[in-house]
Design a binder for this molecule. Structure first.
Ligand code: CP
Length: 304
């Protein structure tokens, strides 16, 4: 495979290969010398048309741990502001002998467009409301490391499913790996096409949490709301917020996940975000190993 554009196109075997390669790299980055020379001859550009903290830094660190040369591009301080197109921008970057483009863009399908028009490898680092494949890989990898396996686990994704590329990529990955999946949120934030994805739907967060082994709690994405937001953040927090009181009423401990950034006090209370059963920072740690695995395999590396 030349590109990673989405989870939809991957097989379970692809996912397992990425996981076993990431297991190896996780061991590598915990050594005193955290680097391997594998990609000394590769140059990668991280091209970000949307804001990011975790994804951009995690890709850059993964590339450096593999000894690749790295350049970083943020549209916000670039000649995109002078009207340069996406394709002209990327072709200019590629002229500098770049082999791989990692791109985040607000338009769904932008990395697919790029992959059709350039020779280099393309990795989707999030395309609008469509997919965020490396996030789903690190999320499912984190479940596997925490609970031993993904198959047979019950995972609820709580929140703004309608605008979430994290939700869609997670649904694809979890289903391919044999998990049972539920989405939970207000009906205004659940897409109409949800029935085609083979997941359960709940509008009651207490019921959803009682059902699951793992809750992946998503941020309310105000930046993607085209119409006046319903429910309001206060209503959302009252009816769908995950807090200690709700979790204390369960007769079990569930794993709490969040892709970040957290709106503390809205979708997740601070005491839950910081509790021992929350693996939010483990997800971030695992993201480096997962991105090393993805880049290494796309660049032609064989199973580690
Ligand atoms: N989870 C995630 O994609 O975070 P960033 O937007 O900070 O990269």
């Amino acid at each position: 495979t030349k590109h990673l554009l989405g989870i939809k196109d991957l097989t379970e075997q692809d996912l397992q290969l990425i996981f076993s390669t990431a297991d190896h790299f996780k061991e590598v980055i915990n050594r005193p010398i955290k680097k391997v020379p594998s990609l000394r001859d590769i140059t990668i550009a991280n091209v970000f048309f949307e804001n990011s903290t975790r994804t951009r830094l995690s890709f850059e660190l993964a590339q450096k741990r593999l000894s690749a040369d790295v350049i970083n591009f943020a549209a916000s301080n670039s000649s995109v502001k002078k009207g340069e197109t996406l394709l002209d921008t990327v072709n200019n970057i590629l002229s500098m002998k770049v082999d791989m483009i990692v791109m985040r863009h607000s338009s769904p399908g932008a990395p697919h467009f790029l992959a059709k028009h350039i020779d280099a490898h393309v990795v989707n680092a999030g395309d609008g409301t469509h997919e965020h494949p490396t996030q789903a890989l690190l999320d499912t990898f984190s479940i596997r490391r925490q609970l031993g396996d993904v198959a047979g686990k019950k995972v609820v994704i709580v929140g703004d499913i309608l605008h979430s590329r994290v939700a869609l990529s997670n649904i694809f990955a979890l289903k391919k790996l044999g998990a049972e999946v539920m989405v939970c949120g207000p009906s205004t934030l659940i897409p109409k096409y949800i029935d085609t994805l083979g997941v359960k739907v709940s509008h009651n967060v207490k019921e959803a949490l009682a059902w699951c082994d793992v809750a992946n709690v998503l941020r309310i994405q105000l930046e993607r709301q085209q119409i006046k937001y319903f429910p309001s953040l206060r209503e959302y927090s009252t009816y769908f917020g995950v807090n200690k009181q709700i979790l204390d009423e369960l007769d079990k401990e569930i794993v709490i996940m969040h892709p970040g950034p957290i709106n503390r006090g809205v979708e997740l209370s601070s005491d839950v975000a910081d509790a021992d059963n929350a693996i939010i920072l483990d997800q971030v740690e695992n993201g480096v190993a997962i991105r090393m695995a993805v880049i290494y395999l796309l660049a032609g590396g064989t199973a580690a």
